[in-house]
Design a protein around this ligand. Sequence first.
Ligand SMILES: C[S@@+](CC[C@H](N)C(=O)[O-])C[C@H]1O[C@@H](n2cnc3c(N)ncnc32)[C@H](O)[C@@H]1O
Length: 134
Amino acid sequence: MSELFTIHRGDCLDILRTVPDSSVDSVVTDPPYGLSDHKPADVVACLTAWLAGEEYRPNKKGFMGRAWDSWVPGPEVWREVFRVLKPGGHVVAFAGSRTHDLMSMALRLAGDSAGWRGARPFRRLRIHRQGCRP
Ligand SMILES: C[S@@+](CC[C@H](N)C(=O)[O-])C[C@H]1O[C@@H](n2cnc3c(N)ncnc32)[C@H](O)[C@@H]1O
């Protein structure tokens, strides 16, 4: 019997770095929404780090006190996602209503070097009611 798929367990950044360029048809992900206590100073610190090409990992706790939800994935993750995508590939990523701005910015900063052409945001509710249309 042929192998249809493989499940990799681990940090997505570590796993993505092992995946060859332009080898993935699509990425569908429900990443952390970063629902921690966001102060304006945190957003400034985040954007300052991202614009300097650095990762931003605050020592906070987000959804249900989980450290993995302290912030949204930064440009370093999306850069890898775009690198592994085949030309014309699509990314479908959920984001939280409180932090979708940060998620969009992370995608945009990653895409500047990877062919990002824009996002089409929609509400989760709409997806359930009308179906996910391109
Ligand atoms: C918004 S939740 C997704 C929940 C999922 N849709 C479900 O219904 O169970 C985000 C998930 O990403 C995982 N996660 C957080 N950081 C990660 C990372 N660096 N690499 C891989 N998974 C991560 C968390 O463990 C969590 O399960």
